[in-house]
Ligand binder design. Structure first.
Ligand code: PLP
Length: 263
């Protein structure tokens, strides 16, 4: 029997179980890969918001990465909340040291409720240290605006911003459309280093249960890349997975409830 594919998430913990490491591990399990984790920060959080952020020392992030690297055969890695420049540097160095491929960078910056999950001065470290290692980066529109340094109002801006982001060295970028103000359609735009582009279009699902969508989408993408899918196929599967999760309303908690795929 072929060994189960093993993957790693380097991300923050969400005590509310909807986003971060918890969303990643649940998604990995659903998609049939074995999930390991290096925790970068602990958040005290529920569906109503982020109550506290406690970053881990960078040395603890390094120790977790090296423990995983010493024992597992990691087929794909994703990064989520990395919080500061020191943790980003340790993360990038660890990925290079262990020769890991199929890196999915979800550039987590600000929670939906407004809490800061990455310090502003860490942006440059993300651009210069992490993006050159990425197989794909998955910003939402506000994150794509931060990374590219430009505003996105229409499809022309979106293409320009994607080109700016690719200039930092990622092999591909997916700008997710969930934050756009189109009430009918959610449209994700993918551009790669060869200039190939495509759009994934779907009917917009209207729901309050959106906490952790970005984490779940990028974890699904990571699982599919680990299984050997090429990027366009992995993206289609990840999009279907997140749509199913958005339709599956749990109504847990008083705020933005968690996205959850389990039937
Ligand atoms: N908390 C952690 C630890 C995360 O990694 C993320 C991911 O984006 C969030 C919170 C944000 O969750 P959301 O903005 O989907 O509510």
């Amino acid at each position: 029997m072929a060994a189960i594919k093993q993957v790693l998430t380097i991300a923050g913990s969400d005590s509310g179980g909807g986003a971060g490491i918890q969303a990643d591990i649940k998604t990995f399990q659903e998609l049939g890969v074995f999930g390991t984790s290096a925790i970068t920060a602990v958040t005290a959080q529920n569906t109503c918001g982020v109550h506290g952020v406690y970053p881990m020392p960078a040395a603890a992030v390094k120790a977790q990465i090296d423990a995983i690297g010493a024992d597992f055969t990691i087929a794909a890695v994703k990064t989520g909340m990395l919080f500061d420049a020191e943790i980003i540097a340790e993360t990038a160095a660890g990925i290079e040291r262990h020769g890991w491929r199929n890196l999915v960078v979800d550039p987590v910056m600000i929670a939906k409720g407004g809490a800061t999950l990455m310090q502003e001065e860490a942006l440059q470290a993300m651009r210069t240290l992490l993006l050159p290692l990425a197989a794909v980066i998955t910003p939402n529109i506000p994150e794509a605006e931060m990374l590219s340094g430009m505003e996105i109002h229409d499809a022309t801006d979106r293409k320009k911003a994607a080109e700016q982001i690719l200039a930092f060295g990622a092999k591909a970028v997916v700008i997710k459309g969930g934050h756009a103000n189109n009430p009918l359609i959610a449209e994700d735009y993918c551009l790669d280093q060869n200039g190939e582009s495509f759009v994934l279009r779907s009917a917009r699902i209207h729901t309050q249960q959106t906490h952790g969508t970005g984490c779940t989408f990028s974890a699904a993408l990571t699982a599919e890349l680990a299984k050997g899918q090429i990027l366009p196929d992995a993206l289609v599967t990840a999009k279907r997975f997140i749509q199913a999760a958005l339709k599956h309303q749990l109504h847990i908690g008083a705020g933005h409830g968690p996205t959850n795929h389990a039937a």
